[in-house]
Design a protein around this ligand. Structure first.
Ligand code: DX5
Ligand code: ZN
Length: 213
């Protein structure tokens, strides 16, 4: 398996010191930066949006991995791409009826496209799309908040998706990831780990990142 992509979630950073906190994980070896966008409808929480992506783009060179936990994502995707998103991940549950159009649009903009499933969503819904996308994001908590407990049954879906996946598909996990739960996911075939609290609440961020690899 190729290198594991570590994507620290800035949801656990200090938003009053975002540039500082981004530079800290960049220096500590992060591969991507995970940006959690929440609209208060698709998930019961509100976080950050397009202007923050635009500002982040000016202060970091690492790819911006934008996780859209929003309803009607197509309405906002062009603006997120213009703002500098390098990977756009939408939720399958928010795209019923227009997922193929979203995939084509994002790819036409030379941006990577990811599709995420919530813990209760059957992985078979992804079968028709696996050849068309760059990344699958398997949520290992209910999306909406950082610092929740890892759900082992949700992680197990990674093994099944990997068995169906074309060569090169990135399988990412998000929610309750630390060195131990990250290892479980990698053993199932995940090759990208998102972590918020585990990285940002650590006293030694570089060590936390390398422990995930
Ligand atoms: C949850 C978000 C996650 C969150 C992960 O809805 O998608 O990216 O920040 O936080 P931890 O790693 O603390 O569970
Ligand atoms: Zn996320």
């Amino acid at each position: 398996m190729s290198k594991v992509i570590i994507s620290p979630s800035i949801l656990s950073a200090d938003f009053a010191n975002l540039q500082r906190d981004v530079e800290i994980v960049e220096r500590a070896g992060a591969d991507w930066l995970h940006v959690d966008v929440m609209d208060g409808h698709f998930v019961p929480n509100i976080s950050i949006g397009i202007p923050v992506v635009k500002s982040l783009k000016k202060v970091t060179k690492i790819p911006l991995d934008v996780h859209l936990m929003i309803e009607n994502p197509m309405k906002y995707i062009p603006a997120f791409i213009d703002a500098g998103a390098d990977i756009v991940t939408v939720h399958y549950e928010a795209c019923v009826g227009n997922l193929k159009d979203i995939i084509s649009y994002v790819r036409s903009k030379n941006c990577k496209i990811g599709v995420s499933i919530k813990p209760a969503t059957n992985p078979n819904v992804l079968c028709d799309y696996l050849k068309l996308i760059d990344l699958v994001l398997v949520m290992t908590v209910e999306p909406g908040f950082g610092g929740q407990k890892f759900m082992p049954d949700a992680a197990k879906k990674v093994e099944y998706i990997r068995s169906l996946a074309p060569e090169g598909l990135i399988i990412q996990v998000d929610g309750g990831i630390n060195a131990q739960t990250g290892k479980i996911c990698k053993d199932y075939g995940a090759n990208s780990l998102v972590a918020g609290n585990y990285i940002y609440k650590s006293d030694d961020i570089a060590n936390a990142i390398s422990s995930l690899r």
